[in-house]
Design a protein around this ligand. Structure first.
Ligand SMILES: NC(=O)c1ccc[n+]([C@@H]2O[C@H](COP(=O)([O-])OP(=O)(O)OC[C@H]3O[C@@H](n4cnc5c(N)ncnc54)[C@H](O)[C@@H]3O)[C@@H](O)[C@H]2O)c1
Length: 418
């Protein structure tokens, strides 16, 4: 089996790919981050691996076959495009594109490239989601009519400073709905349905000092967004963005014509599978509860990997696709569709639920409608200011004053740790 020489761009989350890629017979050859402190820490740990602080030099590293793109959340597309132009395979963290215009450019670049493009969406590969796909695809539930997906991950306390180091960081300004892939991708993976129309309402609640138990918290009031997707098979999904309500969990439920399946809230990997009494398959009860097991050769690797095994599978599927010369299920069309759902859901939320059609990125006539839309609620790392609000409550749009307050709180936090 050919060894795949890979590099990692963005050494926060990006480093969590290294062991999983190595387990798939890959060789780490280059690392890149503009943060010199992060780079310096890698010298001893990865002797012989080239270290770069500049993407253009990194992507020209001799013999690079594949890159993990894990820089700032909303800035993946321009770097993925540069890699694709060099026929270097791309495994991109979420979200594939921060604007509609970039989503169009990314699809066009992927179509011209000989390389594999894959969205590194790991939640579908969690054990219970793989089980739900197995059951759904077997046909026991009939045809999906309705499904729900929740990615609920409140953050509090000092952790905030590490995740969101300054008031221009993407996490400070990101509308909750932009981080939609963890809630939505599992439903698409399980059922095969893809959104074609979207509308959303934000769930807002101004923060107070008490609400997060610390001086440090994002100053934005949006705690979630409730997004409805009308799909290409006539089903409807209801999903959150990155929700911040109590209590933390990520849960999914698929309702078909004959029955429904869900991972039980608060019960780890447990599944509940229920049928209409008239539609019970042989050997099944009306209500069935069980904990699925991995039924795969690489069980030990999956058990060791982060995010319930999901982190192993993103690397494995990516490497298998490179070796077999085929695009993955989470290809550029899948990825950009999810980015478009997020961006258009935010536009919808800003207009109190006005629905938007999700473009079919296979079609040039759909792409041209959005190719010049680069509106964004987040700061660019080149200093570009947001062009649309990050929250629908005008009185809570971040001001220079509130941003300065946040930066002071972070500075105080780090000073207190010295
Ligand atoms: N799938 C998951 O479970 C999961 C978990 C965590 C994070 N993520 C995603 O991974 C990505 C990274 O997350 P993070 O928490 O590490 O983000 P982060 O903002 O904390 O870190 C990004 C890193 O990229 C570097 N960087 C940014 N622009 C650069 C440039 N032009 N040149 C060189 N280096 C640059 C920064 O210095 C920083 O070290 C995000 O898209 C996030 O959504 C996914």
């Amino acid at each position: 089996m050919k060894q795949i020489k890979f590099g990692v761009f963005g050494l926060g989350r990006g480093m969590s790919f290294v062991n999983n890629m190595l387990a798939c017979n890959c060789e780490l050859v280059a690392l890149c981050d503009k943060d010199e402190k992060l780079l310096a820490g890698k010298k001893e740990r990865y002797p012989g691996v080239a270290l770069y602080n500049n993407f253009d030099e990194f992507i020209n590293h001799e013999g690079l076959d594949a890159v993990i793109i894990a820089n700032y959340f909303h800035e993946h597309a321009p770097y993925a495009i540069k890699a694709l132009e060099k026929n270097i395979h791309v495994l991109s963290e979420c979200t594939p594109a921060g604007t509609m215009g970039e989503a169009v450019a990314l699809v066009r670049a992927a179509e011209k490239s000989d390389a594999i493009y894959m969205l590194a969406e790991n939640y579908p590969y969690m054990k219970f989601n793989q089980e739900m796909r197995r059951v759904y695809q077997r046909g026991d539930l009939g045809k999906v009519l309705f499904a729900e997906g929740e990615y609920n991950h409140p953050i509090w306390g000092d952790w905030v400073a590490d995740l969101c180091p300054d008031s221009k960081h993407w996490r400070y300004h990101m509308p909750r709905v932009y981080y939609i892939t963890h809630a939505l991708a599992p439903l698409c993976y399980i059922t095969g349905a893809m959104p074609k129309r979207v509308s959303a309402f934000p769930v807002s609640c101004p923060h107070t000092k008490e609400s997060f138990g610390s001086d440090l918290y994002w100053r934005l009031p949006d705690r979630s967004a409730i997004v409805s997707c009308f799909n290409d098979d006539g089903s409807v999904f209801r999903v959150t963005g990155w929700a911040q309500f109590g209590a933390e969990d990520n849960t999914y439920r698929i309702c078909g014509t004959k029955g429904q399946i869900e991972n039980i809230r608060g019960e780890d990997d447990q599944i509940m599978l229920r049928f209409n009494s008239c539609d019970q398959p042989e050997g099944m009860k009306h209500v069935n509860k069980y904990t699925p097991e991995w039924n795969i050769e690489d069980k030990d690797l999956a058990e060791k990997a982060g995010h319930g095994g999901g982190d192993f599978f993103t690397s494995k599927v990516f490497c298998d696709c490179i070796r077999e010369g085929k695009q993955p299920m989470f290809d550029v069309y899948f990825g950009t569709t999810l980015s478009a759902v997020a961006i258009l859901a935010h536009k919808s939320a800003l207009e109190y639920g006005v629905p938007y059609d999700v473009p079919d990125f296979h079609k040039e006539e759909d792409r041209v409608k959005w190719e010049n839309d680069f509106s964004s609620p987040m700061w660019g790392s080149d200093g570009t200011a947001p062009t649309i609000p990050s929250t629908e409550l005008p009185e809570y749009v971040p001001t220079e004053e509130s941003m300065a307050e946040y930066d002071n709180a972070v500075a105080d936090y780090y000073a207190s740790k010295k």
